[in-house]
Ligand binder design. Structure first.
Ligand SMILES: Cc1cc2nc3c(=O)[nH]c(=O)nc-3n(C[C@H](O)[C@H](O)[C@H](O)COP(=O)(O)OP(=O)(O)OC[C@H]3O[C@@H](n4cnc5c(N)ncnc54)[C@H](O)[C@@H]3O)c2cc1C
Length: 442
């Protein structure tokens, strides 16, 4: 019998594995089960489709099911949902949505790429709240916008909430961003989060912090800080891993209920792999397990799983939580540990924030930027960076991520031969200025 590799989930966590498997194993049968109407789409682009920068929305689909069938000879079964995995019997119970037929599908090896779901708080009126997670959600949001709403409330001040708030401002809506915490995006330290908050306010977003939402009424969102008028309500309060299928099959779960995997993306059962928003990762700086639902991570984990499923050997070393977001005319990024995360991980850390410019100060278009660096007090080892500034500021986070991956101390990054010409940076890149300053604190 032909060997069968089964993939559950048709987005990055499942599909980035496909070409790796096929290149190594022309002989195997590959079956993909996807319960929705979409494969390989960029959820990351949804805020820009809603904001009107990307049009039409179909441009967010990277590859159609037919392209996978044609290019990689994959049996892609759309609107087919995996209901249960029997590890001993080596089969999956599948439900075909259209016919409502259920059937058993045997497998030799399996990749679980079931992703995550937006957190849905149990609130009165929650059914009125829209999500921004899938292309179906995005279509629903665009349909609502065509009804000419005037006011929007975004619940949750994380990356997605901030991007959605900007999208609604672009559409001309009076927009409120509400969060129960004392600051926006908790992956940043409060000083950097304050810069994000000011940018949102400067661009017309009504930011309401420290206000827990208690209900969603037909015309407003009810919070501890009063009623917020809302023709449209969107939730962005976090992502939880879709791991029930794995848990019911007896696989080990870890942080936030994500599926525990080893360095090869193999779960606690042999021949069963997991990748993407459903899976756990290892933090490269803290050395602790984390759940970081990001597209970058999903693609890399899935590629590694695919190589191993195809009989090769690959490992995924871990993550830094590197993330970047545009906030109107400002750019913001982070990598590694924040001050509070460094403390929680047991590091004795020092930190400093420097102010510089994106280009040589005299060169046209130079804009202010700030770099915060966190380093280990005893050794100078770099632990984390946060960047805020104008165009060209934030992608500098990539050199910071490389330095953290390599285990650099501040002196080593300070001495690294980074590129310079006036249209691109000051002679000392702002990241290196930050390293120079933090060395004075050791
Ligand atoms: C608005 C938004 C903006 C984002 N922006 C960024 C960004 O800028 N940068 C970044 O790195 N990341 C970003 N992300 C996160 C990124 O989109 C996710 O990390 C990525 O999509 C994860 O891919 P995945 O395949 O693991 O999960 P998902 O995209 O959730 O895909 C899982 C798939 O599995 C299917 N499925 C689930 N259960 C079953 C089942 N039982 N049977 C069959 N099919 C099943 C689902 O229908 C789904 O299609 C953003 C996310 C959102 C929502």
């Amino acid at each position: 019998m032909t060997e069968r590799i089964l993939v559950i989930g048709g987005d990055a966590g499942g599909m980035a594995a496909i070409s790796q498997v096929r290149n190594r194993r022309p002989d195997v049968e590959i079956v993909v089960l996807e319960r929705s109407d979409w494969t390989s789409y960029s959820a990351c682009g949804i805020p820009y489709a809603v904001g009107g920068e990307v049009d039409p929305i179909e441009r967010l689909q990277a590859r159609t099911p037919q392209q996978f069938r044609d290019r990689h000879r994959v049996d892609v079964r759309m609107r087919h949902e995996a209901m249960a995995i029997d590890l001993d019997g080596r089969f999956v119970e599948v439900r075909a949505h259209e016919s409502e037929r259920t059937y058993r599908l045997s497998f030799d090896q399996i990749l679980i790429g079931t992703g995550g779901s937006p957190v849905r708080p149990d609130l009165p009126g929650i059914d009125r709240a829209l999500r921004a997670h899938t292309l179906d959600d995005a279509h629903r949001l665009l349909a609502e916008l065509s009804g000419d709403p005037r006011t929007a409330v975004v619940v949750g001040g994380g990356f997605i909430g901030i991007e959605m708030a900007e999208a609604f401002v672009h559409r001309g809506l009076r927009t409120t961003l509400v969060d129960s915490g004392a600051q926006l995006i908790r992956a940043f330290d409060p000083d950097m989060a304050a810069r994000i908050e000011h940018t949102l306010r400067d661009n017309g977003v009504n930011v309401v912090l420290g206000a827990r939402v208690s209900a969603i009424d037909p015309d407003s969102v009810v919070t501890a800080a009063g009623r917020l008028p809302s023709d449209l309500v969107v939730l962005g309060v976090g992502t939880v891993p879709n791991s029930a299928l794995a848990a019911d099959a007896g696989l080990e779960l870890g942080v936030h209920g994500s599926v525990v995997v080893d360095r090869r993306q193999q779960t606690s059962a042999a021949g069963v792999f997991a990748a993407g928003d459903c899976a756990q990762s290892m933090h490269l700086v803290s050395g602790r397990p984390v759940h970081l639902p990001l597209g970058t991570v999903a693609n890399k984990q899935s590629r590694v799983a695919g190589i191993n499923l195809g009989g090769g050997y690959a490992t995924f070393p871990g993550v830094l939580g590197t993330a970047i977001v545009k906030v109107f005319n400002r750019e913001v990024a982070r990598t590694g540990l924040s001050e509070s995360e460094a403390a929680a991980a047991g590091f004795g850390a020092v930190s400093t924030t420097i102010e510089s410019t994106t280009r040589a100060g005299y060169y046209p278009g130079a804009e202010p930027m700030a770099v915060k660096v966190i380093a280990e007090r005893a050794t100078g080892r770099l632990l984390g960076f946060q960047i805020f500034g104008g165009v060209g500021a934030a992608k500098r986070i990539d050199s910071c991520a490389v330095a953290l991956t390599a285990g650099f101390d501040a002196e080593t990054l300070l001495q690294t031969d980074l590129a310079y010409a006036p249209p691109f940076s000051p002679a000392w890149d702002p990241v290196q200025v930050a390293c120079r300053e933090v060395l004075k604190l050791l």
